[in-house]
Ligand binder design. Sequence first.
Ligand code: NIG
Ligand code: FE
Length: 403
Amino acid sequence: MPDRVDLIIHDVVIATMVRGHFNLIPHGALIADRGVIEWVGIAEGLPAVRARHEIAGRGRLLTPGLIDCHTHLVYGGNRTDEFTARLAGESYAEIERRGGGIMATVRATRSATVEALAAAARPRLRNLLSEGVTTVEIKTGYGLNAEHELKMLDVIDTLSASTPQTLIKTYLAHTIPPEYRALPNVYVTEICEEILPQVVGRADGFDVFCETFAFAPEQARRMLLTARAHGLPLHIHAEQHTSLGAAAMAAGLGALSASHLEYLDEADVPRLAAGGTTAVLLPVAAYVLREPHRPPVEALRLQSVPMAVATDGNPGTAPCFSLLTALNMACVLFGLTPEEALAGATVHAARALGLLDRIGTIEAGKDADLVLWDAESPVELVYTLGYHPSATVIKRGRVLSGA
Ligand code: NIG
Ligand code: FE
């Protein structure tokens, strides 16, 4: 270790989140240098080095920077009309079939400029940052054709230039445009042969929405195989409204994550375990849609399938840009423990993105993405709703002001 380092944090309760547990260090300290955690341990063991910047923790809580591993936070317009329609009894599937839902946002996103989409997305990212979210995955999927899907990737690049957060870009094959509904396989071919080759090198991963009113499992499989052949990490939206066996199919292809899973058949859980696939739970969408089915949390837990939790932030089913709210809902609606919920926004969210070697836990050698909370226990982060302890956010060793 150099004798002069960038940052020392003294006197903190550290929730390291190693292996999915709080793994608390009750009287801890941490050294970061050149953006990386150099040392973490009990305060008494702190190596005698000088630092350019020192923080007195005064017994506050230090966690890894939070990770929102599933969002659709770049989009045009809003869907307030659908919110009202659903409250009056119309279902999400009915709204999708009459050309609302995802297609409503596709129309608004196509007609917006890169700058307008970025400007609309910035406050959503800022809200996540204010509650300690240092890495955000953002999906495309509201462009559908090559021009507008690539435009969405441009928007995320524009956002990356103006936020300290790490933004992970996922190309999402979201739904079949109306002009292709009679010949969906023609659209699947267009994705495989025209869009995916252009997306490679621009996106960090590929995702597909498998559902009765989006892609069928066989179509999803074709695209996943093509994406995999291009070297893209795989994700799937599966079993949100119906049970199609899509999560197990994607797990068989080595998908990093399978999201939603309210209708996941328990018999498919071993296939997720065998595939090393992380289950991404999205309780805000279940809450907004008043979905009565629950993901098979107990089976996932028993079979050691890692469970991540994300906002799913999007204009329709989860207009929510608060990861801590999603964590609370994961506990209250889905039955996660507070420890599992926080693991879902740190270590398992990192795993869902294939980034566990860099982020997600507080360990020497990882990025110094950290949050210092005005809290004594990590449960405080999960237990309040619409309120959270004040947070000092540190990104790659840099203390962010105003966060
Ligand atoms: O994850 N399930 C598919 N996609 C989004 C919803 C997107 C939308 O309604 O615009 C989701 O919930
Ligand atoms: Fe989603």
